[in-house]
Design a protein around this ligand. Structure first.
Ligand code: HEC
Length: 122
């Protein structure tokens, strides 16, 4: 093999390695864990699909996270605050209550949930 061919081979191997590393299992794992957390801790009100069409969700007037107007003016910071510190408010005559998750979830889990919730947007 001449030098140029060797260089090309090394370069190709290096890029393959980069692709494997960046698409590696670590990422998929985080997502699965986040989905599990969502299903276990959040879907009872928000629904697995985020539409809030659950018994609890209807009772409290939980909004449809897949709908455009849910996202109007909503920032990552606001979502993080809601998940961290909870919600207690009355809206349209309905008592809306979400417990604070600061003692139950780590900050990075809450960040992952914020990112996950954003994937529900249609
Ligand atoms: C006991 C029911 C309940 C559970 C469980 C629940 N929520 Fe909520 N959530 C609500 C209510 C009620 C609201 C306020 C109404 C709305 O915005 O739809 C809300 C609002 C939100 C909002 C919007 C906050 C904002 O500022 O507008 C986000 C994001 C959210 N929840 C995420 C989560 C995540 C993530 C979990 C799980 C860790 C979770 N919720 C669990 C009831 C719940």
């Amino acid at each position: 093999m001449n030098r140029i061919a060797k260089l090309i081979t090394a370069g190709t191997l290096a890029s393959i390695l980069v692709v494997i590393l960046s698409a590696g299992p670590a990422h998929a794992e985080v997502d699965k864990k986040t989905v599990r957390t969502w299903k276990a801790k959040c879907s009872s009100c928000h629904g697995e699909d985020g539409k809030g069409a659950t018994e609890q969700g209807k009772k409290m007037g939980v909004r449809d996270m897949t709908a455009g107007d849910f996202w109007t003016g909503l920032t990552d910071a606001k979502m993080k605050d809601a998940i961290t510190n909870g919600i207690k408010q009355t809206k349209n005559g309905k008592v809306q209550e979400m417990e604070p998750y600061k003692d139950k979830l780590k900050a990075e889990d809450i960040d992952a949930l914020v990112a996950y919730v954003k994937t529900l947007k249609k």
